[in-house]
Design a protein around this ligand. Structure first.
Ligand code: HEM
Length: 317
């Protein structure tokens, strides 16, 4: 079976090359003679790369969906397969974080901008005075500290948490992906990078929150228990808290909300935070390398099962 697969793979590569040539030959009479040849060469490489990637993924998809026995349960009956992106534990952390951070922003910002009408409305009308609003701020703070400790435990003790933590570590590939994205946006590359489980954008989002939490919790505790700290440390803590608080609020409202709400590809919002799942189409579009990896692993399992069955002459079944 291995020799058969190898021959087929060579045949597929040849077909991919022919298909790429056919696309270019069909387009040739319509291409502006003034076209920059280097750009056209880049496009040619891109076409070959895309066709080759898709043909491998499609092969694995056909095997995983239609082979006997080991196909994922229900793959044929369901219109579309879903993939778990976030488990229950992670979603619960995220929900507590949403509630805590919104509470902290609503009760923190009026302290930074007390002169604004909306600040007076929030503190006086909504909470009935400064004492209540600062108490609610502390309740939100306990929520955020809980998330921080919970997430640390999850990252270092849960199998999935540790796997995701390792995948979140920035790599050289992220810099290459960033450069490729910019090249794509300015028209120097015909397509953008392909992402795995976490893109450089998601990694940036994650580490910004990580860093922000350390600063906000650290400086918040200094202000909360000021009797244990010098005036010098208190002043630094307050300044850091006030500035990082505004930065965190803007990062959430502009960066995070754009990525998960206002981006036309997900508008009005990605529901992954609620049910934790992505459809097959979403996986292919947003995390094609992770999708290719999952499908390739499933196909490998099916192939080795088939080889085992063939070796035992099908006596096991
Ligand atoms: C996203 C998270 C947070 C935001 C956006 C936020 C925002 C703010 C802002 C803008 C202020 C006013 C600072 C000023 O006077 O200029 C403030 C005050 C304060 N914050 Fe936070 N904060 C957050 C998290 C925390 C945490 C985690 C703690 C505690 C561990 C905390 C404790 C305090 C305390 C003690 C004050 C002083 C006012 C008071 O007595 O309530 N904050 N916060």
């Amino acid at each position: 079976m291995a020799a058969h697969n190898e021959n087929r793979s060579l045949e597929r590569n040849e077909l991919v090359r022919q298909l790429a040539d056919s696309i270019l030959q069909t387009a040739e009479p319509l291409i502006d003679p003034e076209t920059d040849r280097a750009a056209l060469d880049r496009m040619t490489d891109d076409i070959k790369e895309r066709l080759s990637f898709e043909s491998n993924v499609l092969l694995n998809e056909v095997v995983t969906k239609f082979s006997t026995g080991r196909a994922p349960k229900g793959a044929e009956e369901r219109p579309e397969r879903t993939f778990e992106r976030f488990g229950k534990n992670f979603r619960a952390q995220h929900m507590l974080m949403i509630v805590s951070v919104i509470t902290l922003i609503i009760t923190g910002m009026p302290l930074k901008f007390p002169e604004l009408g909306i600040s007076k409305f929030i503190i006086l009308t909504l909470f009935g005075g400064l004492e209540n609003s600062t108490l609610v701020h502390r309740v939100g703070a306990v929520g955020l500290i809980t998330v921080g400790v919970w997430h640390l435990g999850y990252s270092f003790m849960a199998r999935v948490g540790w796997r995701d933590f390792l995948l979140m570590i920035p790599r050289l590939q992220d810099i290459k992906d960033f450069i490729r994205t910019i090249q794509y946006y300015i028209g120097r590359k015909p397509s953008g990078p392909k992402f795995g489980r976490f893109s450089f954008i998601e990694k940036f989002d994650y580490w910004a929150v990580y860093w922000g939490m350390i600063i906000m919790i650290g400086s918040g505790l200094i202000m909360w228990f000021k009797e244990y700290f010098s005036k010098f440390l208190f002043d630094i803590g307050r300044e850091a808290h006030s500035d990082e608080g505004l930065l965190a609020t803007l990062a959430i409202v502009i960066w995070h909300f754009y990525n998960v709400h206002f981006n036309p590809e997900v508008f009005p919002m990605s529901w992954a935070w609620w049910h934790g799942e992505l459809t097959e189409a979403e996986m292919k579009h947003h995390h094609p390398l992770e999708y290719a990896e999952i499908i390739a692993e499933e196909k490998e399992a099916i192939v080795s099962e088939a080889e085992k069955t063939a070796a035992t002459g099908g006596s096991e079944s």
